[in-house]
Design a protein around this ligand. Structure first.
Ligand code: HEM
Length: 555
C-alpha cells in the first residue's frame, strides 16, 4: 500500500514539474507574480466571487509594478500596465489579435468587429468606419436630443428623490444606439423586448464571468454539458431574437421608403454613401454592403450584436460613474453651469453639434471620469510571437543597455548600497523609492501565444502617472497637463488601429447628456465613491445601485 502511495506522490511530483517547470513556464515565471500552488499554479487563487476577484486585481495591481504574470497550465498570462509596454502591444496590428479569453464571447458576438481578426476585421472596419464620420454624427445630434428629452422626463418624475441611475441610463443609452445606429425607435416598442434584452445581457455577464475563472469550462464540449451552458443558450436566444427584430424592422423600412445610400455617388468621396436627404443608420451601410455581396445575413447579425452591446453598456456605465462623481463635487457642477451659461445664455434651445467643441470643461470632466472608472476596464491580446517587454521606450535602431547592477548600486538611490539590508524592502522604505529604481525583472522575454491582459483600471490609477490618482480632478486634462503624459498612460477607448470605433459618438452622447441634465438639475450625493465595490463583469459595475438625487434648479 505504502508503495502505491509513494508511487502516486512521485507521479504528482513529476506532473507538477512537467506542468509548471517546462520551458514555456520557466520563461513566463521570470516575471514577478503571485506565489504558485502545487500542480495548479495560480489556478485556485483566481476562483473567487466576482467582488473578491476585482479586489484581488487591485491588490496585485498595487503590489507589482507595471507587469506581473499568472500561470495556470497551459495558459500563461502576463498582465501589463506599463505605458511603454502597452504602446508596443497596441500601436501596430502585429498584436491585433484578441486573446483566448474573448472566445467566451464568441457564441454571442461571433466574428463581429470586436472579435474578428486579419482581413475580415480590416474589411469590416472599412465598411463601418464611415458610420461615425463627423457629418453622420452631425445628423445624429437631433436623435440623441430627442432621446435625452425623454430621459429628462423620467428624471422630472422622480426629482428630489434618490434614484438608482443604472437602469435609467441603460435604457436611455439603449434607445439612443437603437435609433442612431440601427434606425429603430425602441421607445415605441410595447412588447418589452428591450427590457428583456438588457436583463439577458446582464445575466450573460454572470455566465461569462463563471466561465472566465473556471478554465476547464473553456472547452465548448464540457461547457455545453453544464447548467451554465444551458443558461447561456437561453439568454442568447433572448438577445438574438431582439437584434433579429431590429434588423427585420430596418429592412422593412428601407424596402418601404428606400434609403438609397448610393445616391449621388462620387467614388472618391469616402462619404458617398451618405449623400442623400434621409438620415442613414449604420445598419443601412451593412444592408447595402449585403446587396453588394460584401457581407451576408450572419455577418450583419454579428455586427448588430456587437454594436448594440458595445454601443450602450459602455456609455451607460460611463455616465453612471460620471453623475455619481458630479453629485459628490458641487464645485465641479458650479463650473459646468458657468460654462453652459456662456454657451446658451438664458436660452433653453437644444444642444447642437456646434456647441460640443465649446464644452471644454465638460469634456475634461468626462475624461477624468473615464480615467477613474474606465467602463472597459480590462482588455486582452494574444502575443503571437516571442516578445520582449521592457520598461523603457527607445528610438529605433539604437542599442540601449540597462546596467541593472549599476542602477541598484547607486548611492543616491540606495543608502550604503553595498550593504546587505533586507529592511530596505519594508513597505514604508519602498514608498520613498522611485518605482524604476529597482527593476530586477525588466526586459522580459515571453514565449509565443502568451495571453497579454491590459488592466486599464490599474493603469489609470498608477500613482507615478497620475498624482493623487483617487482624486477627481478634471484639470488633469488641461492641454498643458496632458502634454507631459505618456500617450499610452490614458486609454479608456484602447489605442492604436484596434481602438474604439465609436469613441467620438460616445463623447457626443455623453456631452449632450451632461449638458442637458446640468442645465435643469442640481445633483445631490447619495452613493459616494467610497461606497463603490466593483464586481467582475464585461464592463465596470458597482455591486449594487448607484444612487443620485436630481433636484430641479431654480430658473
Ligand atoms: C464610453 C464609451 C465607450 C468606451 C469606454 C469604449 C471602450 C472601448 C475599448 C476599450 C475598446 C477595445 C476593446 C478591446 O480591445 O477588447 C472598444 C472597442 C470597440 N468599441 Fe467601444 N467604447 C465605448 C463606446 C462605444 C460605442 C458608443 C460604440 C458603438 C457605437 C463602440 C463600439 C466599439 C467596437 C465595435 C469596438 C471594436 C473595434 C475593433 O476592434 O475594431 N464603443 N471600445
Amino acid at each position: 500500500m505504502l508503495f502505491y502511495i509513494l508511487l502516486f506522490i512521485l507521479f504528482l511530483c513529476v506532473l507538477h514539474l512537467l506542468l509548471n517547470y517546462n520551458g514555456r513556464a520557466r520563461m513566463i515565471k521570470k516575471i514577478p507574480g503571485p506565489q504558485d500552488d502545487f500542480l495548479v499554479g495560480n489556478g485556485l487563487q483566481i476562483i473567487r466571487s466576482p467582488v473578491e476577484f476585482m479586489k484581488l486585481g487591485r491588490e496585485y495591481g498595487k503590489k507589482f509594478k507595471g507587469i506581473y504574470r499568472i500561470w495556470v497550465w497551459p495558459l500563461g498570462a502576463v498582465v501589463v500596465y506599463n505605458p511603454e509596454d502597452i504602446e508596443l502591444i497596441m500601436s501596430s496590428m502585429k498584436y491585433g489579435e484578441k486573446s483566448q479569453v474573448y472566445s467566451i464571447l464568441r457564441p454571442w458576438l461571433q466574428d463581429g468587429l470586436l472579435l474578428s481578426k486579419g482581413s475580415k476585421w480590416q474589411e469590416r472596419r472599412k465598411i463601418l468606419t464611415p458610420a461615425f464620420h463627423f457629418k453622420i454624427l452631425h445628423q445624429f445630434c437631433d436623435i440623441i436630443e430627442e432621446n435625452t428629452q425623454r430621459f429628462l422626463e423620467r428624471l422630472r418624475e422622480t426629482a428630489g428623490q434618490p434614484i438608482d441611475v443604472v437602469p435609467v441610463l441603460s435604457e436611455y443609452m439603449l434607445e439612443s444606439i437603437c435609433e442612431t445606429a440601427m434606425g429603430t425607435k425602441l421607445n415605441e416598442d410595447t412588447s418589452g423586448a428591450g427590457k428583456s434584452y438588457k436583463q439577458a445581457i446582464y445575466d450573460l455577464g454572470h455566465v461569462f464571468y463563471e466561465r472566465f475563472i473556471h478554465i476547464y469550462l473553456y472547452s465548448d464540449f464540457i461547457f455545453n454539458l453544464t447548467s451554465l451552458g444551458r443558461k447561456q443558450n437561453k439568454h442568447l436566444k433572448t438577445v438574438k431574437n431582439f437584434t433579429e427584430k431590429v434588423i427585420a424592422q430596418r429592412k422593412a423600412y428601407v424596402n418601404q421608403y428606400g434609403v438609397n445610400v448610393f445616391d449621388d455617388t462620387d467614388e472618391n468621396d469616402e462619404l458617398y454613401a451618405y449623400k442623400k436627404k434621409k438620415k442613414v443608420a449604420m445598419l443601412d451601410l451593412l444592408l447595402s454592403a449585403e446587396k453588394e455581396g460584401l457581407i451576408d445575413k450572419a455577418g450583419i447579425q454579428e455586427e448588430v450584436d456587437t454594436f448594440m452591446f458595445e454601443g450602450h453598456d459602455t456609455t451607460a456605465t460611463g455616465l453612471t460613474f460620471l453623475f455619481m462623481l458630479l453629485a459628490n463635487h458641487k464645485d465641479v457642477q458650479d463650473k459646468i453651469v458657468t460654462e453652459l451659461k456662456g454657451i446658451f445664455g438664458e436660452s433653453n434651445r437644444w444642444v447642437c453639434m456646434e456647441d460640443l467643441p465649446k464644452m471644454k470643461y465638460i469634456e475634461r470632466c468626462i475624461k477624468e471620469s473615464l480615467r477613474l472608472y474606465p467602463p472597459v476596464h480590462f482588455i486582452s491580446r494574444n502575443l503571437n510571437d516571442t516578445t520582449v517587454l521592457s520598461n523603457h521606450t527607445l528610438p529605433p535602431n539604437i542599442l540601449c543597455h540597462i546596467p541593472i547592477y549599476e542602477l541598484h548600486h547607486r548611492e543616491d538611490l540606495f543608502e550604503n548600497p553595498e550593504e546587505f539590508d533586507s529592511d530596505r524592502f519594508l513597505p514604508e522604505n519602498c514608498e520613498k523609492c522611485h518605482p524604476y529604481a529597482y527593476i530586477p525583472f525588466s526586459n522580459h522575454t515571453l514565449p509565443p501565444n502568451t495571453l497579454c491582459h491590459i488592466p486599464i483600471y490599474e493603469l489609470h490609477h498608477r500613482e507615478d502617472l497620475f498624482e493623487n490618482p483617487e482624486e477627481f480632478d478634471p484639470d488633469r486634462f488641461l492641454p498643458e497637463n496632458c502634454e507631459k503624459r505618456h500617450p499610452y498612460a490614458y486609454i479608456p477607448f484602447s489605442a492604436g488601429p484596434r481602438n474604439c470605433i465609436g469613441q467620438k459618438f460616445a463623447l457626443q452622447e455623453m456631452k449632450i447628456a451632461v449638458a442637458e441634465v446640468m442645465r435643469e438639475f442640481e445633483l445631490k450625493p447619495v452613493t459616494t465613491p467610497s461606497d463603490i465595490q466593483f464586481v467582475a463583469d464585461l464592463v465596470l459595475r458597482n455591486n449594487g445601485p448607484v444612487r443620485v438625487t436630481f433636484v430641479k434648479r431654480q430658473q
